[in-house]
Every structure is written in structure tokens, then in C-alpha cells.
Ligand binder design. Structure first.
Ligand SMILES: Cc1ncc(COP(=O)(O)O)c(C=O)c1O
Length: 284
């Protein structure tokens, strides 16, 4: 099914499969929409512990009980950029009761290398309790067109379709998405650019470790950078803003020490690294 962004599909999943008294699990530092979607339909959000900012399958399994209805996992995850292996995802699915819906949110899948595939689509094809969501908002650059999709067994998609609002994706969004599907060169060059500059920025910021910076290894088009020294993430955020760089400080998601920095053009990425170095060096 398509939706007005994969966000729409995530909400439909929570709406169709949970309600008051039901529990929805996601991992600490998971995508912010999971909490909103869980509460919106009266369910109870349950947060599983992370493993050094990544998804911990055992911590999720420890939270599963008779009230569990939905588990949301972004793989790779926003805002941490972490990736959970296909083996771990398969182990999670295998350990779940059949009436628990496992939602595998692949908003950033296209940024992965071929050998990093987490097998989500294959699982959705063969298991009746797995829903994969994908989007045209990230590597395809069509966020404002609001178009995403979900893939799952007929029962799951059928239940979601029955409650979906009748007026949904726009004609322009559909046309743009269809064009994007044949723009292989654009996707390949975006992935290549992202890999090159993500590595470059990661190395540059990693070299600022003496200022207390820690970069979480990323599989997406952004880096989560932790500020564990004298300069706080809050200060770096406002100082970067003054220099013309908009990054994301994430206190609302429990990441008071974190900035999420998106990979931009070469000029933007070099400029950001220079600006951040100046901010840290000015603080001594
Ligand atoms: C992990 C993840 N899933 C889903 C979405 C929703 O994207 P959209 O509704 O634009 O498809 C986002 C957007 O930030 C995201 O980061």
C-alpha cells in the first residue's frame, strides 16, 4: 500500500493493530513517530533499553508480554544511524508470538551497502506478521511530496486499507515517485556521495575526540555526534546556527548530549567541520 509518507503507514499500523490496553514496543532513541503513533490510538508505549545507542533484540524480547501488539524498529535507525543485522532481525521475528506485528521501518534502507541488507522485505514476503515501510522522502529527496509505502501479508495490508482515509497520495506525488523509481543513477550517485562525505566528516569529528566528541558509527545520511566534553551539544547547536548551519539537537528524545548532523554538499560538509572546530577551539 502507499501512504502520504511512510509516516502515514506507520500510523495506520498502530491504528489497525493496537488500542487502549495494548502495548507498543520501540527502542530507546527510536524514531520519534513511534511514541506519537502508540499514544494516538490509546496504546501504551513501552521503551526497550538500547545497546550503546543501537537496537538490542534481547531487551525488546524482554518487554514482550500478552499485551504486546506492535513492535517498531527503524533499521537503520533515526536519530542514531545504527544498523541491526539481518540475523538479529530474523531472530527477533522468530521469537515473537504470531499475533505481534513487527514493523521494520526502512526509511534509510537505500543508503546501505548490498551486503548490509537486513532481509526485511524477504521476511515480509514469507511471514504473516511483518510489515516493511519505505519512503521516497530520504535518498529520493521527495519528502515534500509525502509519498511512502508499506509491504506485508494480505491480512495486514487489508486491515490497514479498511481504516485508511479515502483521499490520500497526490497525483504529483505518484508521478514523482514513479520517475524516481527509474532514476537509478541519481540514487547511486547520492549513495556514493553520502558514503564518501559521511566517512570524511566522521574522521574529521573523530579527530576532535580530545574535545569530548564521539561519533556513533552511521549507516544513514547523518551522524549522531555526542558532546561529552567541555562544550555542550546545546552550545554547539546555537553556535553552529549563528554560523549558518542547522543541525538537530535532540533533548526531546533523551539525547541532551547529542547533535544529529546531516551530510550535505562537499562545501557544506567541509564548512560545518571547520565551524565546529572553531567553536570547540574557542572554548579552549
Ligand atoms: C526512521 C524514519 N521512518 C519514517 C520517517 C517518515 O518519513 P516520511 O513520512 O516522509 O516517509 C522518517 C522521517 O524522518 C524516519 O526518519
Amino acid at each position: 500500500m502507499c501512504g502520504t509518507g511512510s509516516d502515514d503507514v506507520l500510523h495506520l499500523a498502530a491504528n489497525a493493530f493496537s488500542g487502549p490496553g495494548d502495548e507498543i514496543i520501540y527502542v530507546r532513541y527510536g524514531f520519534a513517530v513511534y511514541d506519537i503513533a502508540a499514544r494516538r490510538y490509546g496504546g501504551t508505549p513501552i521503551v526497550a533499553d538500547d545497546a550503546d545507542y543501537g537496537t538490542d533484540v534481547d531487551a525488546i524480547l524482554a518487554k514482550v508480554n500478552d499485551n504486546t501488539r506492535v513492535i517498531f524498529i527503524a533499521n537503520p535507525n533515526n536519530p542514531t544511524g545504527t544498523l541491526t543485522s539481518g540475523e538479529e532481525i530474523a531472530r527477533l521475528q522468530k521469537s515473537l508470538p504470531g499475533n505481534v506485528l513487527l514493523v521494520l521501518d526502512g526509511a534509510y534502507t537505500e543508503y546501505l551497502e548490498e551486503d548490509e541488507d537486513d532481509g526485511a522485505l524477504e521476511l515480509a514476503k514469507s511471514k504473516s506478521n511483518v510489515l516493511v515501510t519505505r519512503t521516497f522522502s530520504k535518498i529520493h529527496g521527495l519528502a515534500a511530496e509525502r509519498i511512502g509505502w508499506g509491504y506485508a501479508s494480505e491480512n495486514i495490508i487489508g486491515a490497514m486499507n479498511r481504516i485508511k482515509l479515502p483521499f490520500n497520495v497526490t497525483t504529483a506525488g505518484q508521478a514523482a515517485a514513479l520517475e524516481a523509481l527509474s532514476a537509478d543513477d541519481f540514487v547511486a550517485s547520492s549513495r556514493e556521495h553520502n558514503q564518501k562525505w559521511r566517512q570524511w566528516l566522521s574522521d574529521e569529528l573523530g579527530a576532535l575526540g580530545n574535545h569530548g566528541l564521539r561519533v556513533i558509527p552511521s549507516h544513514t545520511n547523518f551522524l549522531l555526534v555526542l558532546f561529552e566534553g567541555k562544550v555542550t551539544a546545546e552550545h554547539a547547536n546555537s553556535a553552529l546556527m549563528e554560523k549558518g548551519y542547522a543541525v538537530r539537537w535532540l533533548p526531546g528524545q533523551g539525547l541532551v548530549t547529542g547533535l544529529r548532523i546531516t551530510i550535505g554538499t562537499e562545501e557544506e560538509t567541509r564548512g560545518l567541520a571547520r565551524a565546529l572546530r572553531e567553536i570547540l577551539e574557542a572554548a579552549g
